[in-house]
Design a protein around this ligand. Structure first.
Ligand code: GLU
Length: 465
């Protein structure tokens, strides 16, 4: 059974690079009816790990990912790691090293002077004597000193490194007994039954060390997939300003989760030139072997484009619910479908959607001066006044945009007016600016009484000015 995991260090939120590897791991597990596990790598940062896990779960809930089993916290597994340290010590695959900080610094300085890679020189590897007094030892694992470490990366192909270039007898337990990162990752992945490790390629250099641990403990190696980074459009590491922020920030900025997931799956993986992927299609089509070999560039325009696509195609209920998060409550509005349809083509984010909805539903607090100057002529107020009166006495039931279109045309014919005499002044009186969706949609959404009220208010305002 395929078992994958997402193993974030607890930073207090989930960023999009993390969400992308989580998505890849999730899809691969679910596609294969396998398991997707969550492990918090909190050996250093115990304090925040519960909140961090909660933040990750919140983000997972928002985008619709779920993990199996209880969350594994590394900070709760120290006894287990200790057992494995002891096992390696007993089997002489690891040993105590009594080198002091000063000695280590001196060794490093000598190596640097000789332009060599700084590395531990193995001086306690076979030490049998009496340990020096006053030094709390660290535990080091015996790593191969020659030969190569080779593994097949599912994305990058065969990776082969020379032991002498990348390894030394690295520390697996610090002087205070706490285990180190590469040691616990290997143990956890093995004990959690992880078959496929999908992670950022910033971890590629850790893999040979983890393989040393696997081999020392006799564990089977998982498959590794090292996913190239997401870079900014200038080819640099993605910063917060570029988009490497809390995933929940995308919600606050009005992105739909399906747009974000679609964006992320394409950022580093492709299926022909298809851009739009439903969740179901992602599950059917994703295979980590198709992940791109090179880094991908974050493209904010593309995310907006996808978001607009998903907004355009969302159900009424969905959009009405989403709007509630932005203080727009139209669930009981009798023209909610017309309102939603009028805006779904125009809004790229739910923030814009909400702003545009408010601009229609809320009575104008002010009137755009530039628009007034440009569009309100000498006879505009008179035309508006007559228009309101015409609506008032209209015998036709005024509900739908087409109803308003019909009476408006009758009105213009009666007074021999053109749409340009009426449309912009009417918009300004109704929503305060000359930009809005189709004026007939706005009329229908507001309804006859509200339209007349707003026209009268505008005329009053202009007369006072
Ligand atoms: N905890 C590591 C990180 O957040 C991930 C380790 C792994 O996936 O192996 O970068």
């Amino acid at each position: 059974m395929i078992t994958t995991r997402f193993a974030p260090s607890p930073t207090g939120y989930l960023h999009i690079g993390g969400l992308r590897t989580a998505l890849y791991s999730y899809l691969w597990a679910r596609k294969n009816s396998g398991r997707f596990l969550l492990r918090i790598e909190d050996t250093d940062l115990k304090r925040n790990s519960k909140e961090a896990a909660e933040a990750i779960e919140e983000a997972f809930r928002w985008v619709g990912l779920s993990h199996d089993d209880e969350i594994v916290y590394q900070s709760e597994r120290f006894d287990l790691y200790k057992k494995y340290i002891q096992k390696l010590l007993d089997e002489k695959k690891a040993y105590y090293c009594y080198m002091s900080r000063e000695e280590l610094d001196a060794l490093r300085a000598e190596q640097q002077a000789r332009k060599e890679r700084p590395r531990y020189d193995g001086r306690y590897r076979d030490f049998e004597g009496t340990p020096p007094a006053g030094v709390e030892p660290v535990v080091r694992i015996k790593a191969p000193t020659e030969g190569t470490i080779t593994f097949t990366d599912g994305i990058k192909g065969e990776i082969s490194v020379r032991a002498e270039d990348v390894l030394d007898d690295f520390i697996i337990a610090r002087a205070d007994g706490t285990p180190t990162y590469n040691f616990v990752v290997a143990i956890d992945d093995a004990l959690m039954g992880i078959t496929d490790v999908i992670r950022g390629d910033d971890h590629l250099s850790n893999t040979p060390k983890q393989i040393v641990v696997y081999e020392a403990l006799g564990f089977d190696l998982p498959k590794f997939y090292h996913v190239p980074m997401i870079l900014n459009p200038n080819g640099k590491k993605l910063s917060k300003r570029d988009g490497a922020m809390d995933v929940m920030e995308y919600k606050r900025m009005g992105y739909l989760p399906e747009a974000l997931l679609n964006f992320l799956i394409r950022l580093g993986w492709s299926h022909g030139d298809q851009e739009i992927f439903s969740f179901q299609e992602m599950l059917e089509l994703f295979d980590p072997k198709d992940i791109n070999k090179s880094a991908s560039a974050y493209n904010a325009e593309k995310l907006l484009w996808l978001n607009a696509h998903y907004i355009k195609n969302a159900t009424y209920e969905r959009l009405i619910t989403e709007l509630q998060d932005f203080d727009v409550n139209i669930a009981d509005h009798d023209k909610k479908e017309i309102l939603v349809d009028a805006l779904r083509e125009r809004a790229k984010t739910m923030v814009e959607f909400a702003q545009m909805a408010k601009a229609i539903i809320d009575r104008p607090q002010a009137y755009d001066e530039k628009a007034v100057k440009k569009f309100i002529g000498e006879d505009s107020l008179e035309i508006l006044k007559r228009y309101a009166a015409f609506l008032q006495i209209s015998e036709k039931a005024l509900h739908l945009p087409v109803d308003f279109e019909e009476v408006t045309k009758q009105f213009m014919a009666k007074y021999d007016l053109k749409m340009k005499n009426l449309a912009q002044p009417l918009r300004i009186s109704l929503v305060g600016t000359s930009v809005s969706p189709s004026v007939y949609d706005v009329l229908s959404i507001l309804g006859k009484d509200e339209v007349i009220y707003r026209i009268e208010k505008f005329i009053e305002h202009m007369k006072k000015a």
